[in-house]
Ligand binder design. Structure first.
Ligand code: NAP
Length: 680
């Protein structure tokens, strides 16, 4: 049988295995099927290529350009995913496991592409939060901005999800504008290589944006600088070894770690046998133990049930687990495939033996189980193994040993406090779940355990249909956890992009802040356009383009008419004596909505033109009441612009209403869709 040569993509060329190459085993047959690694890779040239070619090319693009690139990559991978499925069977996974890895990874790219266009500007600077006023006269401000790091992201991935693991890191990195060097785990790097090849050969990536190292990284990490980031996923031991290297520490090189986790799931005190929650719990636990043969960083390792129901849970789990057909993932009927390698199987058995010192194995005999369509002695097969720990308080190893396979331990709890204390003994996890129909149980767990877990997952009869599963990190949510889980965070939508950017506090005058952020701030330069802004197309409008309207006086008749017309006869608008008794008002006052309507009447240009629709209003505040006899005038300025599609884009206007004494009456941001062309 010919062996696959897994190549690295360095400096724009593919380089095959060479000195120091390692063998890769087919998880199902145990045969060596590929080899990867080459100690002759020029790591300095690789870093230089990313920093000097990839980085500048990515930074020249806007967030929206990069989001479109990520979408194009996702579409390309989606078109070619059958090839990825076919190759992935050699890692021991079933078709359902491939869906998590391959479709999950592509889906993550789509979410980042879409969030990039909706939540990030079509520019080069991300504004983090609002401006902070630093002087009384409004002429000295602060704005936090984020700009891409000018180095390279080195991604070191675990073996279990060769595609998702690569894409969930690549999407936020590329969106930030930072080039990446991807180093997958060697055991499954042939699958990662195919996905990388598809992306690189699609032509959607600028030169130097993504390089790929099959095998070892050599001395790469010794040459990183403060502009580089390491994104690591794997075991706590490897993370510790890499992140504690003097060069990493001395240069404060960012190190994001996702590592071991003793995730737990609690059966709520209310979820007694016979309830939909009990059945749901059994289903979730069984799925987490068997999906990807338990090689999921989020898998449930510790199962907690009310003491009185432990036996019932064991019985129900035994029944469900006994129906799991284990074997060749391509054989008819197989539900759980092999572990990634015989070395991994050995490691799981070693860890299971440690668990056995504190718990009794109540299901799954690794020396005696049926295999569907494969050679039990050659492939890396194991049955699901359930342990019961009768004394979780006295136990130690149950709470610190991760058997990275289909292994979990059940234990009883006395009351909810005890359950919370027990799950927190994992010293930091990626996810803890609670299956309960009682919102108070959820609240207590959130408050008592939130600080120890990166994600809390609550599920019950009402949410189970749409729920995403205990073990599924979603791109919208952060993935990571404190302590043992590595102390890192990934994904979480735009939050994940920020790991690859530098946050900088910028101080200066409104003009400077407006120019840097490409977003007008009050006090910034007001530009007088050649015509009314509502007659100008999306492209013609300039940031800061402003009109000031003539004043309009508010009369008692206006207020009474508005009250009668709308039905808003609230006493402050209709009863002068009652209004005066109110601490906020000097007299009967104009309705806030009347002022907004008059403001629109003052600033609109009525004829058909590029402004298509008013789509909303943000941050409305009424600052000073308006009484009959006062007059109001409006300032309308283009705050910022966001392209939406080929026909139109969103223009956000900053609007202030002030009175005859130039006192601020109201302030808000008006959202409109404005066409690119006048003709339709
Ligand atoms: P691992 O042995 O720690 O390896 C992780 C990665 O580190 C691999 O790419 C490995 O490459 C690389 N590596 C090892 N030594 C290195 C060195 N000296 N320099 C640079 N890179 C080095 O972990 P694994 O066995 O692949 O994965 C299983 C573990 O990952 C489990 O503990 C699991 O909990 C954890 N995990 C965590 C998450 C999470 O998101 N928190 C997700 C998945 C898995 P080679 O393969 O070439 O050695």
């Amino acid at each position: 049988m010919t062996k696959l040569d897994v190549s690295s993509f360095i400096g724009g060329s593919w380089i095959g295995p060479g000195d120091g190459a390692r063998d890769i085993e087919n998880a199902v047959t145990g045969h060596v099927m590929a080899r990867a690694g080459n100690t002759n890779i020029d790591t300095q040239a690789m870093l230089a290529h990313a920093r000097n070619i990839g980085g500048p090319a990515l930074r020249a693009m806007t967030f929206h350009d990069r989001a479109r690139m990520i979408k194009a990559l996702a579409l390309h991978l989606n078109e070619h995913k059958q090839a990825l499925y076919d190759l992935s069977f050699s890692t021991g996974g079933t078709q359902n496991d491939h869906l998590i890895d391959i479709d999950g990874g592509i889906g993550t790219m789509f979410v980042f592409a879409s969030k990039g266009r909706r939540e990030l500007p079509d520019g080069h600077v991300f504004l983090d939060g609002d401006i902070e006023m630093l002087s009384k006269d409004g002429k000295f401000l602060c704005q936090h901005i984020c700009t891409p790091l000018q180095g390279v992201a080195v991604h070191i991935n675990a073996f279990n999800f060769p595609v998702w693991g690569m894409l969930e890191k690549l999407a936020p990195t590329l969106l930030a504008g930072v080039p990446a060097i991807v180093k997958p785990a060697t055991a499954t790097c042939h699958v990662a290589e195919l996905a990388a090849k598809l992306m690189i050969e699609s032509g959607h990536l600028p030169d130097g944006a993504v390089q790929f190292v099959a095998g070892g990284l050599g001395d790469t990490l010794d040459h990183l600088t403060c502009q580089d980031v390491v994104g690591f996923t794997g075991s706590a031991d490897t993370a510790f070894m890499l992140r504690s290297a003097p060069h990493i520490l001395k240069n404060s090189i960012r190190f994001i770690a996702e590592q071991d986790s003793l995730n737990a799931s609690i059966l709520g005190p209310d979820a007694v046998p016979g309830t939909p929650e009990f059945d749901l719990f059994i289903k979730e636990v069984q799925r987490e133990m068997t999906a990807k043969a338990g090689q999921k960083c989020t898998a449930i390792r510790r199962i907690l049930a009310p003491q009185a129901h432990v036996d019932a849970v064991i019985e129900a789990l035994k029944q469900r687990l006994s129906k799991t057909v284990i074997g060749d993932p391509q054989a008819e009927g197989t539900r759980m495939g092999a572990l990634v390698s015989n070395a991994q199987k050995k490691d799981v058995l070693k860890k299971a033996a440690i668990l056995a010192s504190e718990a009794e194995r109540v299901f799954g005999d690794p020396d005696n189980f049926e295999i569907n369509g494969a050679d039990a002695d050659a492939g890396a097969f194991l049955p699901p193994m359930l342990f019961h720990c009768a004394d979780p308080d006295g136990a130690e190893r149950i709470h610190d040993t991760e058997a990275f396979g289909p292994v979990s331990t059940i234990m009883g709890y006395r009351d909810l406090d005890h359950a919370i204390q027990t799950i927190n003994r994992g010293e930091g996890s990626l996810v803890a779940s609670v299956i309960t129909h009682d919102p108070q149980v959820a609240r207590e767990v959130a408050i008592g355990a939130g600080a120890f877990h990166g994600r809390l997952y609550f599920n019950n009869r009402d949410s189970m249909k749409g729920s995403t599963g205990h073990g599924s990190p979603m791109p919208h949510m952060i993935h990571g956890g404190p302590g043992r889980a590595g102390g890192g965070e990934e994904m979480g939508g735009v939050r994940g992009v920020m790991h690859y950017m530098q946050r900088t506090a910028v101080q200066g005058s409104p003009d400077f802040i407006s120019a840097i952020g490409d977003k007008w701030v009050p006090g910034g330069l007001e530009i007088e356009g050649p015509a009314h802004p509502f007659t100008r197309t999306f492209g013609e409008l300039q940031i800061g383009e402003t009109i000031h309207t003539a004043p309009r006086e508010i009369t008692v008749e206006d207020i009474e008419h508005f009250a009668e017309f709308t039905g808003d006869t609230f006493y402050a608008h209709t009863d002068p004596d009652a209004a005066k008794r109110n601490p906020f008002f000097p007299d009967r006052v104009a309705h806030g909505y009347l002022l907004l309507s008059f403001a629109a009447g003052l600033f609109v240009e009525p004829n058909e033109g590029p402004v298509l629709a008013n789509t909303g209003l943000d941050g409305l505040a009424f600052m000073k009441p308006v009484v009959a006899g006062d007059s109001i005038k409006v300032r309308l300025s283009v705050k910022n612009k966001t392209p939406r599609n080929q026909d139109y884009g969103e223009v956000r206007w900053h609007v202030t209403l002030s009175n005859q004494d130039d006192e601020l009456v109201a302030e808000y941001e008006l959202l409109t869709m404005v066409a690119h062309n006048r003709e339709r």
